[in-house]
Structure formats: structure tokens, C-alpha cells
Ligand binder design. Structure first.
Ligand code: BGC
Length: 377
């Protein structure tokens, strides 16, 4: 009897050790996420780090599907809006979690000139071009492979965008690598090359809600944006070309402020954007990723920092979410239930010679990095 109890206790202890070991091991699992409209399989990649932080990705649109991080009491929840399967992403029109390209954000009147030649793009946002056109990078199946970088687990997504696709010149070779590491960072590395001069502005369009599981709107979140200036826009959200100081405006987030505190102010820029939908000029952008923004949610204690090599950050407060999207687990995404922090070059740069250039030439290499870093306070 005694011996049986001892061996039973031993078995329980061994099982517990095995579980801890399995949880403590960085890993990637691949599973079925559905099919494209023409029957190709779409995959879901589940990345887990040693802390049990879980990130899921799909090769449809090179999209981030979920990020599950703990609150201050250790309770995990999903801080991204998204869908339960590939069909949701295929039908999506709000760019949930997607890689956006070739040009994230707007190009005025859907046209630009490069080396004296005019290129015409889809006018899919009023008279303007938005997020790469009618079938941008969010509407394609990417090739994906698991890789093992020194600092984490990663999936590398690759696509070839043909010369003339959506009106853009050049055969463009694009690789986007998503890494989860043990610092609870989700790192996105974008690399691209072209065989003709072209313009390019890649970003990720994840909608965050640090309450977890889209438990309410994001107006109580606090945000700090490391920017003394922003690019004011016209009524169609095309920059005027001015770099305006944020000081004295409701766009001043140099000190952390609740998103909801001034969002309904009758400031012309907020009226045009129907809330926050603007590009901030990040202070001291440069070669190494720098802090662009810090988002925190007081109830859960969750914090997310955004670091990037990009010069700009589009803070979009989910103003066009209107309760028509049914997302994960049947959850309906109401007005401002998620916010985007899209690291980027400035909108309409191809038509704004004074903005940092978005031109990529043959022989050149497009290379940017953005990190979403999670913690609690
Ligand atoms: C834009 C919004 C747009 C949204 C589409 C954002 O990046 O700034 O104006 O409505 O994407 O989901």
C-alpha cells in the first residue's frame, strides 16, 4: 500500500515537472485555419515563449491573429481584435491584424509621379488611395516558413508582388518576419527589393485592446506618443505638408493621457478624423528602433510599448468600427473597441517631396523594424 502511494506521488510529481517543462519551452505549432476561396489551405502558426505568452499568425495577409498576455494579476487575455478562421480574414474590410502594402495609409487622388512618369492607383477611399488598393497585401496568401532566430521563435512570410500590381511599378520581393522572444516582444522585420524604382510603405494594422478579449472600448486606455509634431490633414485625411507642433492641441500625448479625455473636442483635425486618425512625427527616429508610443490600460495594468525605426506613427482610434464586425468568439466590435498604432512613413509621401522618401530603387534594400513590447504595471 505504502509503496503504491509513494509511486503515485512520484508519478504526480513527474507529470507536474513535465508540464512545467513543456510550458517553459519556446515553440511553434502549425495548424489548419481554413481555405482560400480557390481552395488553397491557410495556416495558423501558434508561437509560445517561456513565459507562456502566445501569439498566433496566419499566412493569409501575413496577419497577426492574437496576442495573449497576462494582466497585473497574471490572468491572460487576448489583446487583439480578429477572427476565428481564415474566412473571417478573407471577408474583412477593416485590415484586422494585417500586413498593409504596398503603401500603408493614403496617397492623394490615387496617383504619384516617379522619374517623370505618372502612376495611377485605385481610388478606394473617396478620391484617394488607401492601404495598397482593392487587393493589397492583406488580400493574398503569403508563403510562410518557421525559423529559429537566436532570441526567439519566428515565422517568415514572403510574397512577390508583380510589376504593375495595383498600379505600382516594379517586381517587388517582400519578406516580413514575425518573432516572439522571452522579453514579451513581438518583433516585425520588413525587407523588400525591387527591379524598377517604386514607392513602398509597409505596416501592420493590428487593433489593440489591452482590456483583453475586447471587453469594452479603448477610451480609458492611456497613451504617450513620443512626438512633438504631427502631420495635419485635409478633410480627406491627406496631409497638408505642414509639420505642426502638438503643443496646445488635443494631439499632445507627450505626457500620458486618456484617449477619451479630448477625443470629442471640436478641434478641426479631430472633426476631420472623426477622432484620432493622424500621423505623428516620432522624435529622433533613426537606425535603431526607438520608443514611439506607450499604451497602458489602468484596470488590467497591461502596458504595450511600440518601438520602431520608422519616422511616423498613425494612431487610429477605431473610429470606423461601428458594430458591424463580428470577431473572435462571436464578439461584436463596437465603436472604438480597438486602436491601431501603425508605424510608417508619412501618408502621401510620394507627392510630398519634403517628407522622408518612400522611394525604393533597384539595388536598394527596404528594411524597417517595429517592436510591440508587453508588460504590466
Ligand atoms: C486609417 C483609417 C482607416 C482604417 C481602415 C487606418 O489606418 O488611418 O482612416 O479607416 O485604417 O481600417
Amino acid at each position: 500500500m505504502r509503496r503504491r502511494i509513494v509511486s503515485l506521488v512520484l508519478m504526480v510529481v513527474l507529470a507536474a515537472i513535465a508540464t512545467v517543462h513543456a510550458e517553459g519551452k519556446m515553440r511553434i505549432e502549425k495548424s489548419d485555419f481554413g481555405k482560400t476561396r480557390d481552395g488553397q489551405p491557410v495556416d495558423l502558426y501558434t508561437l509560445t515563449n517561456d513565459h507562456g505568452t502566445v501569439v498566433t499568425l496566419t499566412n493569409w495577409g501575413a496577419s497577426i491573429v492574437s496576442i495573449q498576455v497576462p494582466d497585473r494579476s497574471g490572468k491572460k487575455a487576448d489583446v487583439l481584435l480578429g477572427y476565428d478562421n481564415a474566412a473571417g480574414y478573407i471577408a474583412d474590410t477593416a485590415y484586422l491584424g494585417a500586413t498593409v502594402g504596398r503603401y500603408g495609409n493614403r496617397i492623394g487622388e490615387g496617383r504619384f509621379k516617379l522619374d517623370g512618369k505618372e502612376y495611377k492607383l485605385a481610388q478606394n477611399n473617396g478620391e484617394n488611395h488607401l492601404h495598397g488598393g482593392t487587393a493589397g497585401f492583406n488580400k493574398r496568401l503569403w508563403e510562410a516558413k518557421e525559423i529559429k532566430p537566436a532570441d526567439g521563435v519566428a515565422v517568415q512570410m514572403h510574397c512577390l508582388s508583380k510589376d504593375g500590381e495595383e498600379g505600382y511599378p516594379g517586381n517587388l520581393d517582400v519578406t516580413v518576419t514575425f518573432t516572439l522572444n522571452n522579453k514579451n516582444e513581438v518583433k516585425i522585420d520588413y525587407v523588400a527589393t525591387t527591379d524598377k524604382p517604386t514607392v513602398l510603405n509597409l505596416t501592420n494594422h493590428s487593433y489593440f485592446n489591452l482590456l483583453g478579449d475586447a471587453a469594452g472600448d479603448i477610451l480609458g486606455h492611456e497613451i504617450m506618443i513620443n512626438a512633438d509634431r504631427f502631420t495635419p490633414v485635409d478633410v480627406g485625411l491627406i496631409p497638408t505638408g505642414e509639420l505642426r507642433p502638438v503643443a496646445g492641441t488635443p494631439l499632445d500625448f507627450t505626457q500620458p493621457k486618456a484617449i477619451g479625455a479630448r477625443i470629442n473636442d471640436q478641434y478641426e483635425q479631430l472633426v476631420f478624423g472623426k477622432g484620432y486618425d493622424h500621423n505623428w512625427v516620432i522624435n529622433q527616429s533613426g537606425a535603431a528602433p526607438r520608443l514611439a508610443a506607450r499604451l497602458s490600460e489602468p484596470k488590467s495594468g497591461r502596458v504595450m510599448e511600440v518601438l520602431t525605426t520608422e519616422p511616423g506613427l498613425q494612431f487610429y482610434s477605431g473610429n470606423f468600427l461601428d458594430g458591424t464586425i463580428k470577431g473572435k468568439k462571436g464578439k461584436v466590435y463596437q465603436h472604438r473597441y480597438g486602436l491601431c498604432l501603425e508605424t510608417q512613413h508619412f501618408p502621401d509621401s510620394p507627392n510630398k517631396p519634403d517628407f522622408p522618401s518612400t522611394t525604393l530603387k533597384p539595388g536598394g534594400k527596404y528594411q524597417t523594424t517595429t517592436i510591440y513590447r508587453f508588460s504590466t504595471k
